[in-house]
Design a protein around this ligand. Structure first.
Ligand SMILES: [Zn+2]
Length: 125
């Protein structure tokens, strides 16, 4: 096995690494700590337990992740709107707005986690 295929084997599929919240450097370590309570907010680890990759590079590093979070939220809102528009075309507008707000609040924690992970995959150091 040559070096390139071994490296790809370790890192795996980029999409799956992001969805499984894995380290951008090795692809094996978890970025977030395990939840111990039901409604616990996600806590990012300081370093990868597998390769010691430092996740939080500097103060304010993850401010750029807000743009990714915004993009994810807009995508989900448009997807919710189009789903309701196709399957329930006569639904009142206020229910469409409430449905979009519900979907955004349900996925807000996942958006928070995903936006940071996508950000560290885009800008690794
Ligand atoms: Zn790692």
């Amino acid at each position: 096995m040559n070096a390139v295929s071994k490296k790809q084997l370790i890192k795996g599929n980029l999409f799956m690494r992001i969805m499984k919240e894995k380290c951008p450097n090795c692809g094996n370590g978890d970025v977030y700590q395990k939840k111990t309570k039901f409604l616990q907010l996600p806590v990012m680890k300081d370093n990868c337990e597998n390769c010691q990759y430092h996740f939080d590079r500097e103060p304010g590093y993850f401010i750029g992740a807000m743009y990714i979070s915004y993009g994810l939220a807009v995508f989900q809102a448009i997807l919710t709107f189009l789903t309701l528009y196709v399957f329930l075309p006569n639904i009142p507008t206020i229910l469409v707005v409430l449905a979009i707000l519900f979907v955004l609040s349900v996925f807000s924690i996942k958006n928070y986690k995903l936006s940071r992970i996508i950000y560290i995959h885009i800008f690794p150091c």
